[in-house]
Design a protein around this ligand. Structure first.
Ligand code: ATP
Length: 301
């Protein structure tokens, strides 16, 4: 079952095409990364999914139904530009937003207590938002985004401005919500976070979907047959007949195999030459390297 299905979604601003027939699906229960350089069209697409704006053309299904005005109550969206009411007290703010999403007063207060207690911030309840630091406000924004237990949670750079402890706290909450069934659409430029968190990604560049799939499959597809070998003693003198040395340190080399797909043969060759190999690992490209390779200097800004 897909929570979201996008087919040829198009959005133009005057003559600029922000989303150029974008198609992809998000399976229920996944943590899905929406990636792309500045100006790629991610926010434009998210604003369409959350019904803030409309696509010019294309098809969007939410939970199998054509996207409509009943769906935002099942979506939680934390935009990169945070938007809390500065003069409101934390408790009022969170319950107000919960009520906008259809909660009764009682449900809103129950949820408020639950989350403030969970984050161990019960004493913030009567503080005005403007009295909180940026990171503290972000925690309140996160609570406001998830309070109505959305089916789809859309997070745009959720960790920006958070210290390492609060980053872990929010990340653990994201995992917990995901385990309980919330599908997550996660947008960020921080590729190491994507590697850590997302199972599937779509990469958008200049409004077009340029790469899509499971992170492990994508890394496999872009692999360059590079291996790191740690050893004791010497490496054989004729190694360049079998591999190109990419990096060399004392007792460690990185090589690119000439005979690709025959790592065992290469390892046996090293052993047969008397090299004492202490570790032998394939080095897959990072998502950051793949991102740069595909997008290169071709972003919109
Ligand atoms: P970033 O990573 O920098 O947030 P993004 O991928 O979210 O970028 P969008 O904000 O969707 O990118 O912008 C895509 C393109 O559409 C950009 O060229 C931008 O200038 C343009 N654009 C976005 N919103 C508007 C608007 N309201 N009016 C005109 N052009 C817009």
């Amino acid at each position: 079952m897909n929570v979201l299905e996008l087919e040829k979604v198009r959005k133009t601003y005057q003559k600029h095409v922000a989303c150029d027939d974008i198609s992809f699906d998000i399976e229920e229960g996944k943590i899905f990364g929406l990636l792309g350089p500045n100006g790629a069209g991610k926010t434009s697409l998210i604003r369409i999914i959350t019904t803030i704006t409309k696509a010019d053309s294309g098809k969007i299904l939410f939970n199998g139904e054509a996207l409509n005005n009943t769906h935002p109550s099942k979506i939680g969206y934390m935009p990169e530009e945070r938007g809390l009411y500065k003069k409101m007290k934390v408790g009022e703010q969170i319950t107000y937003l919960a009520r906008l999403k259809g909660f009764s007063k009682r449900e809103a207060f129950e949820q408020l207590d639950y989350w403030l207690d969970k984050f161990d911030i019960l004493d913030w309840r009567y503080k005005k938002v403007e009295e909180l630091s940026k990171g503290m406000q972000q925690k309140i924004q996160f609570i406001s985004t998830v309070i109505h237990n959305p089916k789809l949670l859309i997070l745009d750079e959720p960790f920006s401005g958070l210290d390492p402890i609060n980053t872990n706290l929010i990340r653990d909450e994201i995992y917990e919500l995901n385990k309980k069934g919330t599908t997550i659409l996660f947008s960020t430029h921080r590729m190491e976070q994507v590697e850590q968190i997302c199972e599937n990604i779509v990469l958008i560049n200049k409004g077009k979907n340029v790469l899509e799939g499971q992170v492990s499959d994508i890394k496999d597809k872009f692999k360059e047959h590079i291996y790191k070998v740690d050893f004791v003693g010497k490496i054989p003198e004729n190694i360049d007949e079998h591999a190109n040395i990419v990096e060399e340190e004392e007792n460690s080399i990185k090589v690119q195999l000439i005979d690709v797909g025959h790592a065992n043969k290469f390892l046996n060759y090293l052993l047969s030459q008397g090299t004492l190999v202490t570790s032998f690992n394939e080095i897959l490209p990072t998502l950051n390297e793949i991102f740069i390779k595909i997008v290169g200097g071709k972003s919109d800004e």
